[in-house]
Design a protein around this ligand. Structure first.
Ligand code: ATP
Ligand code: MG
Ligand code: ZN
Length: 483
């Protein structure tokens, strides 16, 4: 009989659990030192090991020959729990037994001593689904716990658990599992199953599962069946209808470059070709997230896999990235009232503003504009160098000051970003007289962060706090690696 990977590879001991070091350590020690709590609350996202760990704990405390807090896995009790017929383990799905009667029947049964093991364990899955009355009935049981009975409440929605319940449970937080850990597990499964896999494909699966191990393992199961024993990037992309990473990144650059036409064409095309736009959005968000984390953390490698692509965006102003993140984030919200393609289109249109956040000159320095469409490219190339324009027409000192400042050339405007005091108002007027396209923007001093003129516009649209003076340049977020 075929057993799905997610079940076949459910960890059987604490040491086999990936990426949940804290809860696992707390529980192992509690078993070892016999300091068990009578009620636990396991809180965390789907498929991260809550039920699994609850079962391991049940084994560990009922095992006939435990070792250092771990169950032996071979004694009568361990086997019975693994096979699902241990009388003292009662698993209740609160989603389908949410009422007071269900909880009352638990309460009545609780008074009986364990039949076979040392402890009787109740695992209440999806505990947040219980009704208020059921919670209240449960409360009484938790208040006066019968001896040798342990309750484990599992939930993905911690906020929905009543505070009175919370205060009676020891809370253990299960976190999303890091990509590296997921890939490690997937590799192990591939080896065991004799599957040939590309490491990159496993990373892609990990990325798509957003920290959930169950999802990752199930996706591996499905794609390897689809690929008849092979798991390659190509197969994963094909099977799940996803766009390659290169193309996701290409699109990201289009947005940063405000290449509205190209981006619209791109998204329409992938939608027409039947790619999964929702997955595309996932991947796009992941890239932006990785870039932002890389820019913001002292040790980004501890959280994400930093790649050259993320490093190459080093010079993009943090504001531009934060703005982009916000815009892309809105796609999902917008998609509720219109379809995903329309929501994408709206987002693309909003990214026009980015070119005002990122001065063109900066983009050139970054080499980001390589992909600008050819017509635009030509226009860019023909543009004059505003410094040349002024050479020999103004004082050398003033010219030097201008050379030091950032400038931006667009269709019929030449903007110099200067500091207060760099060039006197009289000099500015004289320069403007030489070429009326020239404008000056006085930037505030460095410490203040110097908010470019786009700010007000962005604020209008999003009321965004993130680009205010206070946040810019001061928090560790934009220090060091930012421009
Ligand atoms: N931390 C982990 N290490 C290894 N495998 C894991 C881990 N978490 C989940 N899995 C895999 O995912 C499957 C489902 O995990 P589990 O039932 O414990 O998740 P859960 O947190 O209870 O999810 P849900 O909230 O949906 O009930 C397991 O059988 C196992 O294959
Ligand atoms: Mg569960
Ligand atoms: Zn045992």
């Amino acid at each position: 009989m075929y057993i799905p990977f997610a079940r076949k590879y459910r960890p059987k001991t604490f040491s086999e659990v990936f990426g949940q070091d804290t809860p696992v350590r707390v529980l192992r020690n509690a078993v070892r030192l016999e300091k068990l709590s009578h009620a636990y609350l396991f809180a965390g996202p789907r498929g991260t090991g809550k039920t699994t760990v609850a079962r391991i704990l049940t084994k560990a405390i009922n095992c006939l020959q435990p070792k250092e807090g771990e169950p032996c896995g071979v004694c009568e009790n361990c086997l019975a729990i693994d096979r699902g017929y241990f009388p003292d383990l009662i698993e209740i799905d609160a989603a389908s037994n949410r009422g007071i009667d269900d909880i009352r029947s638990i309460r009545d049964a609780v008074s009986y001593a364990p039949l076979k093991g040392k402890y009787k364990v109740y695992i209440l899955d999806e505990a947040h689904m219980l009704t208020k009355e059921a919670f209240n009935a449960l409360l009484k049981t938790l208040e006066e716990p019968p001896p040798r009975t342990i309750f484990i409440l599992c939930t993905t929605e911690y906020e929905k658990i009543m505070p009175t319940i919370l205060s009676r449970c020891q809370r253990l937080v299960f976190s999303k599992i890091k990509e590296d850990h997921i890939v490690e597990n997937l590799k192990r499964i591939c080896q065991n199953e004799g599957l040939s896999c590309e490491e990159k494909a496993l990373y892609l699966l990990a990325k798509l599962s957003d920290g959930g191990m169950r999802d990752a393992v199930s996706l591996l199961d499905q794609t390897s069946t689809y690929g008849e024993g092979k798991v390659t990037v190509q197969l994963v992309q094909e099977f799940l209808g996803i766009v390659s990473q290169e193309r996701v990144r290409e699109f990201l650059l289009m947005l940063l470059n405000s290449q509205v036409d190209d981006a619209l064409k791109f998204i329409t095309e992938i939608s027409q070709k039947g790619y999964n736009l929702s997955r595309f959005l996932d991947l796009l968000e992941e890239e932006i997230r990785a870039t932002l984390l890389y820019r913001s953390l002292k040790e980004p490698e501890s959280v994400i896999r930093v790649e050259d692509f993320h490093r190459s965006l080093d010079k993009v102003p943090l504001n531009a990235l934060l703005y982009l993140e916000k815009v892309v984030n809105m796609v999902r919200l917008d998609a509720r009232s219109r379809d995903l393609l329309r929501a994408f289109e709206l987002a693309i249109i909003k990214t026009q503003i980015i070119k005002e956040i990122v001065p063109l000159t900066e983009l050139y320095k970054m080499g980001l504009s390589q992909k600008v469409s050819s017509a635009q490219e030509q226009r860019e190339e023909n543009r004059e160098d505003p410094i040349k324009l002024l050479e020999n027409k103004i004082e050398t000192l003033t010219l030097e000051a201008l050379k030091r400042s950032k400038y931006e050339v667009s269709e019929n405007r030449i903007i110099f970003y200067i500091k207060e005091g760099d060039i006197s108002p009289e000099d500015r007027n004289r320069i403007k007289a030489i070429d009326p396209r020239i404008e000056f923007v006085i930037e505030e001093s460095k410490e203040e962060g110097g908010l470019p003129p786009f700010a007000e516009k962005v604020k209008d649209i999003f009321g965004a706090k993130i680009i205010s003076h206070e946040k810019r340049g001061k928090g560790k977020g934009s220090s060091g690696k930012s421009s």
